[in-house]
Design a protein around this ligand. Structure first.
Ligand SMILES: *[C@@H]1O[C@H](CO)[C@@H](O)[C@H](O)[C@H]1NC(C)=O
Ligand SMILES: *[C@@H]1O[C@H](CO)[C@@H](O)[C@H](O)[C@H]1NC(C)=O
Ligand SMILES: *[C@@H]1O[C@H](CO)[C@@H](O)[C@H](O)[C@H]1NC(C)=O
Ligand SMILES: *[C@@H]1O[C@H](CO)[C@@H](O)[C@H](O)[C@H]1NC(C)=O
Ligand SMILES: *[C@@H]1O[C@H](CO)[C@@H](O)[C@H](O)[C@H]1NC(C)=O
Length: 204
């Protein structure tokens, strides 16, 4: 093979490495192959008035030191969680438990409401939730492929844009677009989960 051909091949391999981490559909978990992988990840969460810090600790199975409150009147919470590559699903997920506080609909609906787009069920849990029951579930998270240090799971809300997230978290729009396979930054889905690449463990 000639020199130019070799360079093109290397370039293509680097590209496929970068883009293999892209999510085709942002609401699905990131695929992974190395099931020994374990990393620190972050989850952005906007609690409701009833979701006190104590409730949040229980919902995410974390300690107070794993929780940071965002300033600027945004009232977001950033949660530090270990993220791993699930060996049966080959997806990046983190485990937690949810304690049912009142009888009100199916486990699926209750969890979807409480975690607001962060939860992942590999099957549909339509059974009724009983007060006091402890439900195991998975949340979507991500490990970086090496170009940045951390990924933060973030559910897009009305008023958010790739541009506003880039400035809020100090990353370039390009990076957010690359990780999430976004081709048109003006076309994002409200309520869908995106992964924000972070270089510093601001809240680690
Ligand atoms: C992730 O894996 C699933 C099933 O293995 C596949 O259908 C999907 O296309 C993959 N997604 C990406 C972004 O590679
Ligand atoms: C997260 O992973 C690290 C490294 O393996 C481990 O030491 C730590 O105990 C884990 N934390 C939790 C909460 O499981
Ligand atoms: C049950 O869930 C619905 C949302 O589907 C909510 O409007 C209602 O207030 C809940 N009931 C109780 C008792 O919290
Ligand atoms: C799961 O079941 C609930 C209740 O039956 C339904 O509203 C929801 O759309 C279903 N979700 C999926 C992904 O099938
Ligand atoms: C926006 O994105 C969705 C899915 O990601 C796609 O189906 C749709 O065609 C896009 N719309 C525009 C105007 O690009």
């Amino acid at each position: 093979m000639d020199h130019i051909g070799e360079q093109i091949l290397i370039f293509l391999s680097v590209c496929s490495l970068i883009f293999s981490s892209s999510a085709a559909n942002p609401t699905t978990p990131l695929n992974c192959t190395d099931t020994t992988r374990l990393c620190t990840s972050f989850i952005a969460f906007k609690p409701t008035a009833e979701q006190t810090l104590q409730v949040i600790q229980s919902m995410f199975d974390v300690l107070p030191q794993d929780i940071t409150i965002e300033g600027n009147g945004r009232n977001y919470i950033f949660i530090k969680k270990n993220c791993s590559c699930s060996s049966d699903l080959n997806k990046y997920l983190t485990s937690t438990t949810f304690t049912v506080r009142e009888n009100n609909g199916s486990v699926y609906d209750m969890v979807m409401r409480a975690y607001d787009g962060l939860a992942y069920f590999s099957s549909n849990v339509t059974r009724e939730a009983r007060k006091g029951a402890v439900v195991s579930l998975k949340l979507m998270c991500g490990c970086s492929s090496g170009l940045w240090n951390y990924l933060m799971s973030y559910v897009m809300r009305d008023g958010d844009s790739i541009e506003s997230l880039a400035s809020r978290f100090g990353v370039s729009m390009d990076r957010i677009e690359t990780v999430n396979g976004i081709t048109n930054p003006d076309n994002v889905t409200i309520g869908a989960l995106y992964y924000i690449p972070l270089n510093s463990g601001l809240w680690a």
